[in-house]
Structures are given as C-alpha cells and as structure tokens.
Design a binder for this molecule. Structure first.
Ligand code: DP6
Length: 332
C-alpha cells in the first residue's frame, strides 16, 4: 500500500564558524563557508502530501495556517521539487516543532531540512545527502547543514551546484553540548534573510570573509584533536566578528541585550577560572553556551541562576534528518 503521507524529522544546528551575507540572495548561496554541529532533542517534524485537487500549496505551522511569506518560502522549495520530479500537483505541508516557537531558537534550519527530505520523498525522488543539502539551502542557508548529524561544513561555493554541506565528524566523535540561555523569548525584529542583505554595507565584512579560511582550519583542527580551548578561542572570535559586521552595517543591527552581555561575561569568567565553556551568539539575543557533555547539568543550573536567564534548553550533538513513512490518515 502506498504511504498516505511522507514525513521527515530534522534538528536545528549551531554554527561555530558562521556565515553572514549571501553571494546570491535568491539562491541563498552564502558569502563564506561555515561549520556547525546539529542539536539533539530539538526537532521539527514535517509531512508533505501532493494532491491533484489542491489549488495551491498549503502550509500549516504548529496547527495554524502560516502567514503568506512563510508559505511562499516553502513553495519555492516545492517548486524546485516539482521541476525535478516532473510533477505539477500542489501540496499540503504540516510542520511542528517540539521546542517553544517563542524561545528564539532559529527553526528555519530544521524546518527546511525536514521539508527537503519529506518533499522529495513524497514526490518520489531519491536524493542523496548532497542534493538534499542544496535543496534545503534554497529555503534557508543554514538548513543545508541540518541534513547531517554531528559536525557539518557548508561549502559556500559559487552557485547552486557548488553550494552544499557535508559531515566532517560524526556525532560521537566528541561529546559536546549546547546549553541555550534564553534571555529574551519571541521573534527577533530583523530576521536573518533581511540581515544577510545588510552584510555588504559593513566595511568589516570583507576582512571577515578574507579571514574565514584561517578560522575554519583552526576550528576543524580543534574538533579533530578534541582541543576545547582552541575551539573556544576561535568560536568566540568568530561570533564576535560576525556581530562586529552586524553592528557596523547600515543601518546597524544590534542583537545583543543586557542579558546577552551578562551571559557572555559570565561564560568568560567561568572559563578564566578553569571551567570548559564558551559562547556563540546567532542573529538574536540568546546565548549558546558550548561545553563538554559531562558539564551540562552543572552549567545549565548555573545559567538558570543568572538574573537575566529565563530558560535553558539543553541540546547535545544530534543526528541528521531522517524520514518517517506512514499510512495513518490522521497524520496528514
Ligand atoms: C547567524 O540560515 O538563518 O545563524 O537563509 O535567511 O534562513 P536564511 O538565513 P539563516 O542564516 C544563518 C545565520 C547565522 C549563522 C550561521 O548559521 O552560519
């Protein structure tokens, strides 16, 4: 019996060497390579079903019909799937996150990795992970990395064909965790898609991009050698460099709040006194605190004690996107 729905699971990832700015905004070809690890426990589940009688794609997010902009973004990925599979039907997409949508965790990386996998499977396409990564990238640049578990490297490339991620170390290579200190839940004012357009207006962006191969090599070697101090130094520098670009773009982007700074200072103080932890901050105010897994519980407890921290999410290194085939009529 043919499956009535095709669903996929995917998790967000946290970049230690980040990209900021696009070489091609429409295709989301990033300006520089990036390196991340995928997060366990946090998950998006997305199902896709194509049907002859739909008049357009429908996107249901956490049980509610999504705003038009989100629907069009998903349709853009499905258009590519239709083009490649020779299908013309529209689809119903249902997507749910198991983490609070207001918590300020970028759900686009897991959302588009799950959509790429569920969408291709529903259309009968058997894509390899590189093809899936390229497809996920069309929805969100960072989603290209969430196809993979463990540590992933996104090659910025020059065009659609050369812009994809690959796994560089499996998840059990090094047991690290991300304790995400939520200092301000809710939607950020300027999303990544708009932020990427501003990157070029900063006089620091060129220098950041030119220095990226050095940081990537330091990070790759640190991960290979499981050298925590080396990874801490280059990751914090990379995060600071991206925020230096944001702060100096026109108009400037200031994602940090007093709470962000409180956690950053505290993390540096803990590390100075010998505790293995470093910070990295994405396009938002919340602080990702990276530590060995055996320090997770204590770190999370200490973070929760800080006045500006409202919640701590704990996410060790996780697996890549996976498919779920089913025949239930209730699962959409
Ligand atoms: C700061 O992948 O969120 O997280 O393509 O507009 O969805 P869109 O951008 P997105 O940009 C990621 C920016 C970053 C750094 C990174 O993950 O490398």
């Amino acid at each position: 019996m043919a499956p009535l729905f095709t669903a996929a699971l995917a998790s967000p990832n946290i970049a230690l060497i980040k990209y900021w700015g696009n070489r091609n905004h429409e295709l989301r070809v990033p300006s520089n390579d990036s390196l991340s690890f995928t997060l366990a426990h946090l998950q998006t589940r997305t199902s896709v079903s194509f049907k002859q009688d739909y008049e357009r794609d429908l996107l249901i997010l956490d049980g509610t019909e999504a705003p038009e902009a989100a629907r069009l973004r998903a349709s853009n990925v499905l258009d590519r799937i239709r083009e490649l599979s020779g299908r013309s039907e529209y689809a119903r997409i249902e997507s749910e996150n198991n983490f609070p949508s207001g918590a300020g965790i970028a759900a686009s990386s897991s959302a588009f990795a799950a959509l790429a996998l569920a969408g291709t499977a529903a259309a009968g396409l058997a894509f390899d992970s590189r093809q899936l990564s390229r497809l996920a990238r069309l929805g969100s640049g960072s989603a290209a990395r969430s196809i993979f578990g463990g540590f992933a490297w996104l090659h910025a490339g020059r065009d659609d064909a050369t812009s994809f991620a690959e796994q560089i170390y499996p998840r059990d290579h090094w047991l690290l965790t991300d304790c995400i200190a939520i200092v301000q839940p809710g939607e950020k004012k300027v999303g990544s898609t708009d932020g990427h357009q501003l990157a070029e207006t900063s006089p620091l962006q060129k220098a950041r991009i030119e220095d990226t191969p050095r940081r990537l090599e330091l990070a790759r070697a640190a991960i290979g050698n499981r050298d925590f101090d080396a990874l801490a130094a280059v990751s914090e520098q990379d995060s600071n460099m991206m925020h230096a670009v944001m702060l100096t773009s026109v108009p400037p982007l200031l994602y940090w709040t007093p709470g962000t700074l409180e956690v950053m200072h505290q993390v540096q103080a803990w590390r100075a006194s010998g505790d293995p932890v470093f910070y990295t901050v994405d396009a938002g105010p919340n602080v990702h605190c990276i530590a060995p897994l055996n320090f997770q519980q204590e770190l999370a407890a200490r973070l929760r004690d800080l006045p500006s921290v409202q919640q701590v999410l704990q996410a060790p290194i996780g697996a890549g996107a996976t498919l779920q085939l089913g025949q239930s009529s209730t699962s959409g």
